[in-house]
Design a protein around this ligand. Structure first.
Ligand code: ADP
Length: 163
């Protein structure tokens, strides 16, 4: 059984993340969506909130499970026997960073492969940062985040609006 990891901050989950996770789940037997815990960056949602939001969005993907981890993705892969890390690539601007990450992860764990999937046309401009910016300034983000996560995103970023 091939297990792969889809790591990220997911703060909050976007339709771009969902696209990559669903496509990974169609290719591999088991997908672990790994919420990276960064103690120096508290974020909009706490890691356990991000896990719950992702779980709610992934109820129809039985071979995807959500975990959080405070350490290195390459070491988590070793612990879980994951054979690959699946990452989404939006534009060339993602490439430098992702390439560096992939080489570092291979150094740390030569058994783990990094697999890149290209973003879908409709979500290639999407990022969690963009969602936070647009939503906090009053814009409509309903086409950027999964419907299961939208109420929480609105409640957190626009608490003044009556939901
Ligand atoms: P990080 O903060 O660690 O970059 P993110 O939560 O932003 O994590 O993203 C996690 C993963 O999802 C990364 O592989 C990223 O490239 C991918 N990703 C993010 N947004 C999109 C998108 N719109 N389309 C495709 N992949 C995406």
């Amino acid at each position: 059984m091939r297990t792969v990891l889809c790591p990220g901050s997911f703060d909050p989950v976007t339709n771009g993340h969902m696209d990559i996770i669903r496509r990974a789940a169609a290719q591999f037997e088991r997908v672990i969506v790994l919420v990276a815990i960064n103690a120096t960056k508290p974020g909009l949602f706490a890691p356990e909130e991000r896990v719950k939001l992702l779980q709610r969005c992934l109820t129809d993907v039985p071979n995807a499970e959500v975990r959080s981890f405070a350490g290195l993705t390459a070491l988590y892969a070793k612990q879980t026997g994951a054979s690959a890390i699946v990452k989404g690539l939006r534009a060339m601007s993602d490439f430098d960073y992702e390439f560096q990450q992939a080489l570092t992860n291979r150094q740390l764990n030569p058994a783990v492969e990094t697999i890149f999937m290209s973003a879908s046309g409709e979500s290639m401009y999407l990022s969690s940062g963009m969602v936070k910016q647009v939503c906090s300034l009053g814009g409509d983000v309903s086409s950027f985040v999964p419907p299961e996560a939208l109420p929480d995103v609105l409640a957190r970023l626009r608490p003044q609006d009556k939901q």
